[in-house]
Design a protein around this ligand. Structure first.
Ligand code: PHE
Length: 454
C-alpha cells in the first residue's frame, strides 16, 4: 500500500502525546509500584532508571527509526529492509496478542472501580477484601473485560489522528496533576516515613539478579517496546520529526509517571501495613485507602479511576493499532474487519487470564534451569511470557537487526533527517545499539530463565 493512503499524525505534539499515551498506562500505576515493593525499593528504582536510559532509549529510538524509514507496519518494515527478518515483526504481533488480552482484563477492573465510586464508593469491610472478592468472580470481571475491549476497538476504528490524538491530549496532563496530588497526600500519611525511607535508601543486597530481570521486563512493558508498537507509531511520522528528542521525551515522561505513582502508592502501603510482596494489587487496594483519607476523597477516587481508564485505553489502543496495521496492510483486509477479528481473539485469551486471577486454578507450563518444566498460574504465565521473555527478545532482535544488518550508519542517517542528533546521544545510541543492548539483554534473559523467575 502506498504511504499516502496511510494515516499520519496531524501534529508533532499529537504524536508525542500518543506515543507517551502508549507508554504511560497500567504499567506505570498498576505494575511499577508493585515491582518496586517486591524487589526492595530504592535499589530497584536505580537499576530501572539505568535500564530505561541505556537500553530503553536505544530500543525506543531504533523502533521509531525503523518505522519512519519504511513508513510501514512492523512486518512490512522488516520485509522492506531485509526479508529474512520479517519474523521479528511477526513475533511482535504475537506478543501484542498476549499483552492486550490480559491488559484488557485489568482495564475492565478499572471500569469496575469507576462504577463502584459512581454508585457511592462503598468498599465494604476492607479494600483488600473488596478487590480479592471481585477478581475471584467468574462472570463480572469477564464482562468488564469484554466491554473494555469493545471500547478499544471503537477508538481504533476511528483511525490514526482522529481517535488516538484527541484522547491523548486531554487526559495526560490531568493524570499527571492528579498523581502529584495523591503523592502529596500519601507522603504525609501517618507512618509514611518508613515508606519514604524504602524509596530513597538503596539496599542492593535485596535486589539480586531477579531484580535486574524484573527491571528489564518492567522497562520494556512500560515503554511499550519490543513488539513493534513504537515502530508502527514511527511509521506515521513525517521525515522532519526529531526522533532522538522525541524518544528522550517519551522515556522521560513515562519514567516520571512511574516514579510519581511509586511515591503515591508505596508510603500508603507502609502506612496501612499491607504486605509488600502483594505486588500488583496495590493500585486497587492502597489507592482507594488513600482517597478515603483525603478531603473529597470520594470525588478524587472517581476522577482518578476515570483518568486511569484513559491511560489504559491509550495504551491498549496502541497495541491493537500495531496488529490492525499489520493485518490490514499485509493481507489487504479492511481495518474494521481486522480490528474486530483480532480483538475478538484477544478477548477470548483474556478470559483465561481473568479466570486464572481468582476464580479458577488454570495453570500453564513454564521452564527454567532451576526448576525445569513446572506449572504456574496462567495469569502469571501470560505476564512472564510477554514482559520477561517476548518483549526483551523482540527488543534484542530489533537491536541486532538495526545494529548489525541494517547498520548503525543507516539508522543514524534516518534519525538525522529530522534534525540535530546531539553528539553525546548519538555516541551513546551507536555504542548501545550495537554492543551494550544486545549483550545486556542476553545476559538478563539468561538469568531470567536460569534463575527461575516466577
Ligand atoms: N506501556 C503500556 C503501559 O505501561 C503497556 C503497553 C505495552 C503498551 C506494550 C503497548 C505495548 O501500560
Amino acid at each position: 500500500m502506498q504511504p499516502k493512503h496511510r494515516g499520519q499524525w496531524a501534529t508533532n505534539l499529537g504524536f508525542i502525546l500518543a506515543a507517551a499515551g502508549s507508554a504511560v498506562g497500567l504499567g506505570n500505576i498498576w505494575k511499577f509500584p508493585g515491582k518496586v515493593g517486591e524487589n526492595g525499593g530504592a535499589a530497584f528504582i536505580i537499576v530501572y532508571l539505568a535500564i530505561v536510559l541505556i537500553l530503553g532509549y536505544t530500543v525506543m529510538l531504533t523502533e521509531l527509526t525503523v518505522g519512519r524509514a519504511t513508513q510501514k507496519n512492523t512486518v512490512g518494515a522488516f520485509r522492506q529492509l531485509d526479508r529474512r527478518f520479517t519474523w521479528i515483526g511477526v513475533l511482535g504481533v504475537i506478543t501484542g496478542f498476549f499483552v492486550l488480552s490480559y491488559y484488557s482484563v485489568v482495564g475492565g477492573w478499572v471500569m469496575k472501580y469507576i462504577v463502584t465510586y459512581l454508585t457511592g464508593g462503598d468498599f465494604g469491610l476492607s479494600h483488600e477484601g473488596y478487590f480479592n472478592q471481585f477478581i475471584a468472580k467468574i462472570g463480572e470481571p469477564v464482562g468488564w473485560h469484554l466491554l473494555f475491549m469493545a471500547i478499544v476497538v471503537l477508538v481504533v476504528l476511528k483511525g490514526v489522528s482522529g481517535g488516538i490524538e484527541k484522547v491523548g491530549k486531554v487526559f495526560m496532563p490531568a493524570l499527571f496533576l492528579f498523581l502529584i496530588l495523591i503523592a502529596i497526600r500519601s507522603l504525609t500519611l501517618d507512618g509514611a516515613q518508613e515508606g519514604i525511607r524504602f524509596l530513597l535508601r538503596p539496599d542492593f543486597s535485596s535486589l539480586g539478579v531477579k531484580g535486574f530481570a524484573a527491571a528489564l521486563g518492567q522497562a520494556f512493558f512500560s515503554l511499550s517496546l519490543g513488539m513493534g508498537v513504537m515502530c508502527t507509531y514511527g511509521s506515521y511520522l513525517p521525515k522532519n520529526e526529531n526522533l532522538s528528542k522525541s524518544a528522550l521525551i517519551i522515556c522521560g515522561l513515562d519514567s516520571l509517571v512511574a516514579l510519581i505513582s511509586a511515591a503515591a502508592i508505596i508510603p500508603a502501603v507502609f502506612s496501612t501495613g499491607a504486605d509488600l510482596g502483594m505486588g500488583s494489587g496495590f493500585a486497587f487496594i492502597s489507592l482507594p485507602g488513600i482517597f478515603e483519607k483525603m478531603p473529597a476523597g470520594y470525588f478524587f477516587g472517581l476522577l482518578f479511576f476515570i483518568m486511569l481508564f484513559f491511560a489504559a485505553l491509550t495504551s491498549a489502543i496502541s497495541i491493537l493499532e500495531g496488529t490492525v496495521a499489520f493485518i490490514s496492510e499485509e493481507f489487504r483486509i479492511k481495518r474494521a474487519t481486522a480490528a474486530i477479528a483480532s480483538a475478538a481473539a484477544m478477548a477470548l485469551a483474556g478470559i483465561g487470564y481473568s479466570l486464572a486471577s481468582g476464580a479458577v486454578n488454570l495453570r500453564a507450563p513454564w521452564f527454567d534451569f532451576v526448576n525445569g518444566w513446572h506449572m504456574i498460574s496462567l495469569a502469571t504465565w501470560m505476564e512472564l511470557l510477554t514482559d520477561n521473555l517476548l518483549m526483551p527478545l523482540g527488543g534484542l532482535a530489533f537491536c541486532i537487526f538495526a545494529g548489525w544488518m541494517w547498520g548503525v550508519k543507516n539508522a543514524v542517517a534516518e534519525v538525522e533527517q529530522g534534525g540535530k542528533f546531539k553528539f553525546y546521544l548519538k555516541t551513546m545510541f551507536s555504542v548501545s545499539l550495537k554492543y551494550i543492548c544486545p549483550a545486556a539483554i542476553v545476559i538478563i534473559l539468561f538469568f531470567t530463565v536460569g534463575l527461575g523467575i516466577g
